[in-house]
Design a protein around this ligand. Structure first.
Ligand code: PHE
Length: 304
């Protein structure tokens, strides 16, 4: 048009400088990843180190036995846990003394505990499972810590699997946010104080604590927060002080206490993004537009 000069007689549409234009195609972070990143920053700001959780398959030993979960506990049933067919058997831990200590503390009692008094089977502990909690990784890291015990703060946020009936709020897999603090002579008061500080950073003010039971912690506490939208107290986490039956067989010093807690990543994410059915958040029914158009997450005042 320039060469022939025809442009001079053509009429052109005026430029629209107010148009927003077409969005360039790009990837988008899933809301779970956005909330996960917020949690990571909270942990880093409190001096925690991230644990390596890139292994979904564990032996029953690390998922259950090290945590003083007896071999006939219902959590170890097919109805609750996914066992693997191939490979069906894992290797025992390298530290034979630890293996023997674990057997002793379950079977006949040891380290001042009367134990559960049942015949503990090595084969049962070597069955492979999809980990049912990230506490399997915490146990592994605490065992490593026993070689050079010093005050330590560790966290992880990753996937766990449970053989659950799927409904609006449950899937057979979810993410766990977990933290452990090992230190000399810490008490339940430290755990409560720390929980308040941690959840405060998530915008949860004034948690409540209720006694509960975990095979691997004593005392154990559920953590509740007031949910403004639902107008009631909702459970947001589980916590406790790891039992000596778990820590002493590892070789940790008697006065090194370990506090731990866990919560799901899905629940705060669902509250944050106003999702009431978990299948809208994860799985094949997820609307891609929901993933692409959600704002960044800030864990602040309005989460609960
Ligand atoms: N493993 C627990 C759960 O699955 C969470 C937890 C971690 C509790 C550490 C106490 C200590 O709910």
């Amino acid at each position: 048009m320039i060469a022939s000069g025809s442009w001079a007689k053509a009429s052109f549409k005026p430029y629209n400088f107010n148009s927003e234009g077409v969005l360039p195609p790009s990837g988008a972070l899933h809301p779970l990843n956005k909330v996960r990143e917020e949690f990571r920053q909270i942990f880093f700001s409190m001096g925690f180190t991230e644990m390596p959780t890139n292994q979904y398959v564990e032996s029953g030993f690390w998922n259950f036995d090290t945590l003083f979960v007896p071999q006939q506990h219902p959590a170890r049933d097919l109805q609750d846990t996914f066992f693997l067919k191939d490979p069906a058997v894992a290797k025992p831990p390298k530290d034979k003394e630890y293996w023997e200590n674990t057997k002793a503390v379950h079977e006949g009692g040891a380290f001042g505990s009367i134990g559960y008094r049942y015949p503990w089977r090595g084969e049962e502990s070597l069955r492979t499972v999809l980990r049912t909690h990230t506490t399997a990784v915490s146990a592994y890291m605490l065992k490593k810590l026993a070689a050079d015990p010093k005050p330590t703060r560790l966290f992880s946020i990753d996937k766990v699997f449970r053989n659950e009936a799927v409904d609006a709020t449950h899937l057979a897999e979810f993410h766990q946010v977990e933290g452990v603090i090992a230190d000399y002579d810490v008490t339940l008061g430290d755990l409560i104080g720390f929980m308040e500080q941690f959840f405060e950073k998530m915008g949860v003010h004034g948690c409540r604590f209720k006694p509960t039971y975990n095979p691997y912690t004593e005392p154990s506490m559920e953590i509740f927060a007031w949910h403004q939208g639902l107008g009631k107290w909702v459970e947001i986490g589980n916590s406790g002080m790891f039992r000596p039956e778990m820590l002493e067989p590892m070789g940790l010093p008697k006065n090194m206490r370990v506090l731990g807690w866990g919560l799901s990543l899905e629940r705060p994410t669902m509250i944050k993004y106003g999702v009431s059915n978990i299948r809208e958040l994860l799985g094949h029914k997820v609307n891609l537009d929901f993933i692409e158009s959600n704002p960044a997450a800030r864990l602040d005042e309005d989460i609960f």
